[in-house]
Ligand binder design. Structure first.
Ligand SMILES: [Fe+2]
Length: 286
């Protein structure tokens, strides 16, 4: 069979036969959509070469601590789409894991003071973890955020490795409480080809401030998500499309010295309340 522009897609797909059904679906779908893209936009030789140059440059910017392909997935909204596809109904929606999570955070007691004496807005972050049926859950929260200089410890040698992150278990009442700082908006790395792409599209590279949390409980589907704050200047234009309405909460300013004393906080302090909801492992996928 001679190859023509009309039969090349089917011919290529026929040549890729995998033993696994899922590999077959993934690769055949990828070929079909890549070919459809080239046809739809009328891809020229110079545009195809520019695309390859972009990917080559992305590879040059990728190493142990930086993944330009992951960043590309983020700014194209693909990471968020995968999160949304994996978020079951009635669970707290998922949102990007990001590059700053580490697996060896230390377990701390409920109520821990993570902020110490460092600069920033002292903030109590508290809430309840529940099942979709409203039952409080004994859960594990894996928590991380940036410091007042908008940097995570991975980016900032002046911070302790464990600064502003921990694992914390709720009690049987599902309640959790951290004493921490309000996180800051920050820019994604913009010195590589992804930064060039974002600027060329007249977008900015900023993310609204957020807490990162992975919430898990025995018998329930874990949720990797972020908590955002109403009024943030970037809440409607997150460079990586991580904001969902259900993840935005208010920051309450508490000027009352009696409440501060009761909370073990300086005056004034901020309070952020957010409840997480998990669905059982047996619940249907989205
Ligand atoms: Fe982050």
């Amino acid at each position: 069979m001679s190859i023509s522009k009309d039969n090349i897609t089917d011919k290529v797909i026929d040549e890729y036969q995998f033993s696994g059904e899922r590999e077959q679906v993934l690769v055949h779908g990828l070929i079909r959509h890549l070919h459809a893209y080239a046809r739809e936009v009328g891809l020229t030789h110079s545009e195809w070469r520019a695309g390859l140059t972009f990917l080559t440059k992305a590879a040059q910017f990728t190493d142990e601590g930086r993944n330009e392909f992951s960043l590309l997935s983020d700014v194209m909204g693909l990471s968020s789409l995968v999160d949304l596809l994996a978020s079951p109904p009635r669970a707290t929606p998922g949102s990007v894991l990001g590059p700053f999570h580490v697996h060896d955070s230390l377990e701390q007691p409920n109520g821990v003071d993570l902020k110490g004496e460092q600069p920033g807005t002292p903030t109590v972050f508290e809430g309840v973890v529940r099942s979709a049926d409203g039952e409080p859950l004994e859960a594990l929260l894996d928590f991380w955020q940036n410091a007042d200089n908008a940097l995570y410890p991975k980016m900032d040698a002046t911070q302790d490795y464990h600064n502003l992150r921990c694992k914390l278990r709720t009690g049987p009442d599902g309640r959790f409480r951290f004493r921490t700082l309000l996180p800051k908006p920050y820019g994604i790395p913009d010195d590589g080809p992804v930064g060039d792409l974002v600027r060329a599209a007249q977008r900015h590279c900023m993310r609204p401030a957020h807490f990162h949390v992975i919430v898990s409980a025995d018998g329930y589907r874990p949720v990797t998500t972020e908590v955002f704050f109403a009024g943030d200047p970037y809440i409607d234009s997150d460079a990586v499309f991580g904001v969902r309405d259900a993840l935005v909460t208010q920051v309450e300013n508490v000027p009352d010295p009696a409440q501060a004393l009761d909370a073990g906080m300086p005056t004034p302090f901020s309070r952020v309340r957010f409840d997480f909801q998990l669905v059982a492992l047996s619940a249907p996928q989205a």
